[in-house]
Each structure stands twice: as structure tokens, then as C-alpha cells.
Design a protein around this ligand. Structure first.
Ligand code: NAI
Length: 273
């Protein structure tokens, strides 16, 4: 059911790669809720074709931008304002990649060039989105910027490797820039810390399936789906959450507040019998 929550709002949505992507679901919901927006991804992802389909469905223009390139991001804002007819009300940062994880490098044997590249793509890019937005004065008063994070920013998950550092930095940038942009233009900046979700980025993590099940059994509500994550992001873009800023918001079915669940206790008891 649509509520018209984003009626009249203009946005930029990054990170839709295929129909499993969290950003893909956000785009569909944003459309349903009455927003107009542009879609962006790394130039190489554009060539994969699926995003063209989404653009057609959403009646959205595709603007390639490497999230590590200030020039590309400048062009992204300028073109988006042009196409959409005014300043941007919401931005989704749904970008993450660790080259070390992808290439199976262990945490004790990191390639530091790859680590820096990963931090640039997954975290510093949020700063670039915000700094360029501010310099171009491209984001409207009371605009909303949301990035996606994971609980490995607070707690250690061995398989998450250097993405944990990226997420910790991402959340820190959301706080620091949230303060600055809040003072300057009432723009709010938040991160959503999402449950494990079966996407290209998610499944690239070693042992993802086992971990997905573990989180499912830990969370009283079960893992939050990508669709529900999109619903949550829409509320943060809407005027119903105007005073929420500088927060890392857990969207995880209760996982982050659970010590151990009955299901897991039972599983261990059964194993020990
Ligand atoms: P996804 O693989 O569909 O999305 C990641 C996106 O990042 C892709 O569209 C990819 O093309 C884009 N990207 C990579 N390098 C880029 C660059 N240099 N410039 C521009 N875009 C670039 O996977 P998913 O899961 O939808 O990921 C979205 C966000 O959600 C990421 O930040 C991820 O870390 C986060 N997240 C994912 C979870 C999961 O279990 N899948 C859990 C919690 C957070």
C-alpha cells in the first residue's frame, strides 16, 4: 500500500545492481510513494543491463558515477538537478565493496592498497556525496541522506574482515557530517544497520549462508528483508522523521539487542546430548 510519503520529492538512488539489491527495492518503493529520482552506479555496473530495466520501470534517468570520483559525483548532482528540475531532497548511499574479502585475503594478510580502495568505495564515498552536495548546495533544506551499514561496525565478525573498518568509518561520517549539514541546512544524515540480506554484496562474504541462518535464529522477528529495509529508508526520506539525524538505526528484527535466543540454546543442547 502506498501512502504518498515522497510526493513531490526528488532523489538520487545509488547501488541498484540487480533485483536483489537493497537499492533496487528502495527505487521501486520511492516510485510507489510518488518520488522522482535518478539512478546511479559505477560505470561498469551500468553495462550489466539489469539497471536499465529498473530505470525504465521507474521512469528514471541513469547517471553513471564512480563513487570514489569527486568529478563523477559533481556531475551526478548537476545532471540530477537538471533532469529533476530542482534541488535533491533525498540521497541513498547503498555502496559497498571489499577487494580483500572478494579475493579471499584473510584479515591477517590484508593487501593495504585494496584496503584503501575498499574504504574509499564503501565509506569515504559517503563523505564525498555529502561534501559535493554541500559545495554545490544541491541538497534541499530538510533533505535526507541515508547510507547502509552493518553491525560489524560495533562487534567483531571474523568473516567481515576490513569491511568492518569501512562500516565503522561510514557510521562516523554520518554522525560528523550530520552535525555539520544539520547546522548549515537542516539536512539529516543517518545509517541503517541492516540484517544479513541475500544480495551480490552479501553473498560475497565467506560463510554468509550459515551466518544468515544464525542471525535468523537470534532475532525475535527474524532477519529483516531487503523489502522491509526499503520501507524503512522511505520513512527516513519522508517528512515523518524530520528530527532523526546522526543516528545508526538498527533494522535487524531485534538481533542487536539479543544476547542468545531460545532456538540457539536448544540447538546447542541438542548437539550436546
Ligand atoms: P549489492 O551488491 O546489490 O550493492 C552494492 C552496490 O555497490 C552495487 O550496486 C555496486 O555496483 C556498487 N558499487 C561498488 N563499487 C562502486 C563504485 N566504485 N561506485 C559506485 N557504486 C559502486 O548489495 P547490497 O547488499 O544491496 O549492498 C548495498 C549496501 O548495503 C552496501 O553498503 C552493503 O554493505 C550494505 N549492507 C548489506 C548487507 C547484506 O547482507 N547484503 C547487510 C548490511 C548492509
Amino acid at each position: 500500500m502506498a501512502y504518498g510519503l515522497l510526493k513531490g520529492k526528488r532523489g538520487i538512488i545509488s547501488g541498484a545492481l540487480d533485483e536483489n539489491s537493497i537499492a533496487w527495492k528502495v527505487a521501486l518503493k520511492a516510485k510507489e510513494e510518488g518520488a522522482i529520482f535518478t539512478l546511479t552506479n559505477a560505470p561498469i555496473a551500468m553495462r550489466m543491463g539489469a539497471i536499465q530495466e529498473l530505470a525504465k520501470t521507474c521512469d528514471a534517468q541513469l547517471i553513471p558515477a564512480d563513487a570514489t570520483s569527486v568529478e563523477d559525483i559533481e556531475n551526478l548532482y548537476t545532471q540530477s538537478m537538471d533532469v529533476l528540475g530542482g534541488k535533491i531532497d533525498f540521497v541513498l548511499h547503498s555502496i559497498g565493496m571489499s577487494i580483500n574479502v572478494r579475493k579471499g585475503k584473510s584479515y591477517g594478510d590484508l593487501n593495504y592498497e585494496w584496503m584503501q580502495k575498499g574504504l574509499d568505495i564503501s565509506a569515504i564515498s559517503l563523505h564525498k556525496f555529502l561534501q559535493v552536495g554541500e559545495k554545490l548546495d544541491a541538497i534541499s533544506e530538510w533533505g535526507s541522506v541515508v547510507a547502509l551499514s552493518y553491525i560489524a561496525a560495533q562487534r567483531t565478525y571474523s568473516f567481515y574482515s576490513d569491511m568492518a573498518e569501512a562500516k565503522a568509518m561510514l557510521e562516523s561520517i554520518a554522525r560528523s557530517y550530520g552535525y555539520r549539514y544539520g547546522k548549515a541546512k537542516n539536512v539529516r544524515v543517518n545509517t541503517i544497520s541492516q540484517s544479513p540480506t541475500r544480495t551480490k554484496a552479501g553473498s560475497g562474504i565467506e560463510g554468509f549462508d550459515a551466518f544468515y541462518e544464525f542471525a535468523e535464529k537470534m532475532s525475535p522477528l527474524g532477519n529483516a528483508t531487503a523489502d522491509d529495509c526499503a520501507n524503512y529508508a522511505i520513512t527516513l526520506f519522508s517528512d515523518l522523521t524530520k528530527y532523526v539525524t546522526m543516528q545508526n538505526l538498527f533494522h535487524d528484527g531485534g538481533y542487536s539487542s539479543t544476547g542468545i535466543s531460545e532456538e540457539l540454546v536448544q540447538m546447542i543442547q541438542q548437539q550436546n546430548q
